[in-house]
Write a protein that binds this ligand. Structure first.
Ligand code: NAD
Length: 328
């Protein structure tokens, strides 16, 4: 058993949290992760409205009696979402765990804390983590540069960022970005984390509600197969390196740069969603982390979580033997 402040605070068996992925954080996956002993996370903005989020929460409850959470991410969007409406709907449906991420989260964090909820806040710098600590969050999710989606603009990979978190933070934190196996899990614990967050790895499970071709594409890919878009717009996102991502980057590199309007049609989330529906990896933009290089199969969530738990315990025991040998 890997017991940490995170398993105790969240009431889960294994300190593995599923990342709140756009178009992927739907009830079948969320319930499968929670039933496997981790914490599944529904992605609020994947639902077209707060009313649809209510339905998704009820659907998840039918599939699991275990705790699960809801993610709300505050980043630039083509159509501004009703963030407060989503937050209110989830709280009224009885959700008690929230993952917040993105820009200026203060109002949202206060909304949840005023209602007695537990907040995990995801951040990509120690400065933002300390600010979230002051806002009263319960757990930090420290997101290294390896991550899928938005790594921020300071480009600090997990090895250094997590060690800095150990030096600076008072609250328990989970490690996010670049983790897809037991080696990463054990390393995160060694770096002072009380658990891990995995997104891309959970896309490649039997229960992930995305087309089988995309799961197989991830298995066939290496750590060379991601790309950063939106660097020039200061909204960097790590996505799968496909024809659309390459085109976006070439438009951004034109003399004089690009405005968002020049790439809006290529990058829209509505188009990216079709990747997961049709199985065509070149249909639009889709998020993927460097951990694609570590993913070699498509297990059930139960198989994945229990394998990671067992192998991480083995690594920790073997590390103790290394330490003993080193002392002789
Ligand atoms: P969308 O269709 O509104 O936008 C597509 C992409 O363009 C997103 O990455 C968005 O951040 C970016 N974007 C939009 N307007 C921009 C602008 N003016 N300048 C620079 N970049 C801009 O996005 P969507 O797929 O419908 O997703 C809705 C929101 O959820 C977005 O903010 C997105 O970043 C965020 N998101 C969350 C997660 C998560 O894990 N929860 C994952 C992916 C995306």
């Amino acid at each position: 058993m890997i017991v940490t402040p995170v398993t105790e605070l969240l009431g889960i068996r294994v300190p593995i949290v599923q990342g709140g992925m756009q178009w992927v954080g739907l009830p079948p996956l969320v319930a499968a992760v929670s039933n496997a002993g981790g914490l599944g996370i529904l992605t609020a903005l994947t639902q077209p409205s707060p009313a649809a989020l209510r339905d998704a929460i009820r659907d998840t409850r039918k599939r699991t009696s275990k705790p699960f959470g809801v993610n709300i991410t505050l980043l630039p969007t083509i159509n501004p979402p009703d963030y407060e409406g989503y937050a209110r709907a989830a709280v009224e449906e009885g959700v008690r765990v929230f993952e917040t991420a993105g820009n200026s989260p203060g109002k949202l964090i206060k909304f949840f804390k005023d209602r007695g909820c537990l907040v995990i806040h995801k951040c990509t710098t120690i400065r933002h983590a300390k600010s979230a600590q002051r806002m009263g969050v319960d757990i930090l999710s420290i997101d290294g540069f390896e991550c899928a989606g938005h790594p921020g603009e300071e480009d600090v990979p997990g090895l250094v960022l997590l060690a800095r978190a150990a030096e600076e933070l008072k609250l328990p934190y989970i490690a996010s970005g670049g983790i897809a196996d037991s080696r990463g899990f054990a390393a995160a614990l060694a770096l002072g984390a009380s658990g891990i967050n995995m997104g891309t790895r959970f896309m490649c499970t039997v229960e992930a509600p995305i087309h089988q071709n995309i799961k197989e594409k991830i298995v066939a890919s290496s750590e060379q197969d991601t790309e950063h878009i939106f660097r020039t717009l200061h909204n960097t996102a790590r996505v799968f390196k496909n024809k659309v991502a390459t085109e976006v980057v070439s438009i951004e590199r034109r003399p004089g740069g690009a405005k968002f309007e020049d790439i809006r049609e290529l990058v829209s989330g509505a188009r990216g969603k079709q990747v997961y529906e049709t199985g065509d990896p070149d249909r639009g933009i889709w998020s993927a982390g460097l951990s694609v290089g570590l993913i070699h199969d498509i297990p059930t969530c139960e198989e994945l979580v229990s394998r990671m738990e067992t192998k991480t315990e083995e690594i920790i025991q073997n590390m103790q033997k290394v330490v003993v040998r080193a002392k002789l």
